[in-house]
Design a protein around this ligand. Sequence first.
Ligand SMILES: [Zn+2]
Length: 78
Amino acid sequence: MINWIKSFFVTEDKNKKPKCYKCGLGASVIVLMEFQTLSMEDFEEKILTKVCNTCFEEIHANYNPVWIPKPIKVKIND
Ligand SMILES: [Zn+2]
């Protein structure tokens, strides 16, 4: 009964967890991209968005030249 009454007053927060801009899963990281010219002058353009862990790894793989991927766990049968 109380829950039934509460349902009139409490609205569910559907936007509780932000979504990944790329795949739509739950986001876990905020990404800020800044751009500069080759002479290191700032652009006005910045990108601020949210991504999930998988897409975060993907961004690193695509754009980070010094990124080292996590080691792949291999099951060895003796
Ligand atoms: Zn994602």
